[in-house]
Design a protein around this ligand. Structure first.
Ligand SMILES: *Cc1c(COP(=O)(O)O)cnc(C)c1O
Length: 349
C-alpha cells in the first residue's frame, strides 16, 4: 500500500466568509424538488435496504438521454463508477491505457491502484486534446482510451465530430468520455451511443446538478459493458446508492428547468469572469466548464493561490510542471466572481 499515490481532493476547511472556488462545486444549490424528495424519503422506510438496481433512477436517466435503462450504470459518485471502469475495462496485462498527459488526476491514481500501464499522450501547445493522436494506426492494441470532455483542468471541449472519429477508429477497445462538465457548454457523446458499442459516457450529479454531497454518478454505454460493470459492482458493494440519494437524484434529473436556469447563469458568469481576468492581464483558456484555467505572465500560480488563500479565497493550484503556472478557478455567482477579481486586482497591483 505504500506504493499507492492517492488522489488529493481539494480542501474543505471551515472558515467563516471563506470563498471556495477550488473544487468546482455549484454555487446555486440543488433543485428544490430534489431537497423535497429527500425530506419525503426521511422516514421509517430507511429501515429497508435500498433498491440494489436503482431502477427508477436508471429509467429517469435513460429517458433523459433517449437510451434504454439497461444501458445505464449508476454508482456512488462518478469517481466510484470510474474505479469500476478502470478495474473492469482497463486492466489488460501488457496493454497501455491511452490518456492525455493533462487530464483528471484521479485517472493516474486508479492506474496505480489497479496496476494499469498508462500511456500519456501530450496535449497540444494550446492545451487542447489532439484527436488524431487517438485515431492514428498503432502497433499493439491499447487497453482503452479515457479523457474528460470538457477536459479537466483545462476546461477545453472537444467537438462531437472528433469524439466520433475516435470511437470509430477504435472499435475493439473501450473509449470512455468523462463528461462531468458537459452541461456547461460541450456536446454530449450520449448522442452516439446507438452507433458505437465501444463508447462509454460518464456523468456526475455533483457539478451541474449541485449534488456533490449526495454522491451520484452514472455511466451510459452498451448493454454488454453495463452488464460487466454490474458484475463488478455486485462483487464489491450491492448497495452503492442509498434510498435517499436515489429519489433525490430522480427528482434532480427530472427538474430540467432548474438545471437550465442555473447552468446558464454559470455560463454567463464564466464569460464575465473571463473578461475580468483578461483585463487583469491573465491568459484564460477557452472554457466550456464551470471553472476557468488561467495564468498570469508576472505572477506564479503558487504565489497567486497563496495570496488568495491569505485573503480567504480558495482556488486550485496543481504542481505538475506543465500546468503549475495556472490557477483553476470555479465559477461562482456574479458577486463571488466580482470578489475574486477585486482581490486579484489588489494582489496583482
Ligand atoms: C468532479 C469530477 C468527477 C467526480 O465526480 P463525483 O461524481 O463527485 O465523484 C469525475 N470526473 C471529473 C473530470 C470531475 O471533474
Amino acid at each position: 500500500m505504500s506504493g499507492l499515490s492517492p488522489y488529493v481532493a481539494g480542501e474543505q476547511p471551515r472558515v467563516p466568509d471563506l470563498l471556495k472556488l477550488n473544487t468546482n462545486e455549484n454555487p446555486y444549490g440543488p433543485s428544490p424538488k430534489a431537497l423535497q424528495a429527500i425530506r419525503q424519503a426521511a422516514d421509517n422506510r430507511l429501515r429497508l435496504y435500498p433498491d440494489n438496481e436503482s431502477v427508477a433512477l436508471r429509467e429517469a436517466i435513460a429517458v433523459l438521454h433517449g437510451i434504454d435503462a439497461a444501458q445505464v450504470f449508476v454508482g456512488n459518485g462518478s469517481d466510484e463508477v470510474l474505479a469500476h471502469v478502470f478495474n473492469g475495462l482497463f486492466r489488460r496485462a501488457g496493454r497501455a491505457l491511452l490518456m492525455p498527459d493533462v487530464t483528471y488526476s484521479f485517472y493516474s491514481t486508479y492506474c496505480v491502484l489497479y496496476d494499469i500501464n498508462a500511456q500519456l499522450v501530450p496535449l497540444a501547445d494550446d492545451f487542447s486534446i489532439v484527436a488524431s493522436d487517438y485515431t492514428a494506426e498503432r502497433t499493439g492494441l491499447p487497453a482503452g482510451i479515457i479523457f474528460a470532455n470538457p477536459n479537466a483542468p483545462t476546461g477545453i471541449a472537444m467537438p462531437l465530430s472528433d469524439i466520433e472519429a475516435i470511437a470509430r477508429a477504435n472499435p475493439d477497445i473501450p473509449v470512455v468520455i468523462d463528461e462531468a462538465y458537459v452541461d456547461f457548454g460541450a456536446e454530449s457523446a450520449s448522442a452516439l451511443l446507438g452507433k458505437y458499442d465501444n463508447l462509454l459516457v460518464i456523468h456526475t450529479m455533483s457539478k451541474s446538478r449541485s449534488l456533490a454531497g449526495l454522491r451520484v454518478g452514472f455511466a451510459m454505454g452498451s448493454r454488454e459493458i453495463v452488464d460487466g460493470l454490474n458484475r463488478i459492482k455486485d462483487s464489491f458493494n450491492s448497495y452503492p446508492l442509498d434510498s435517499v440519494a436515489q429519489v433525490a437524484a430522480v427528482a434532480a434529473i427530472q427538474d430540467t428547468a432548474y438545471l437550465d436556469n442555473t447552468r446558464h447563469a454559470i455560463m454567463q458568469a464564466r464569460e464575465v469572469l473571463t473578461r475580468g481576468l483578461v483585463a487583469l492581464g491573465f491568459e484564460v483558456l477557452p472554457s466550456a466548464a464551470n471553472f476557468v484555467f488561467a495564468r498570469h505572465p508576472q505572477h506564479t500560480g503558487l504565489d497567486l493561490s497563496q495570496a488568495l488563500r491569505a485573503r480567504n479565497i480558495l482556488v486550485r493550484h496543481f504542481k505538475n510542471q506543465r500546468i503549475d503556472q495556472f490557477l483553476r478557478i470555479t465559477v461562482g455567482t456574479p458577486e463571488e466572481c466580482e470578489r475574486l477579481c477585486i482581490t486579484l486586482a489588489e494582489i496583482c497591483r
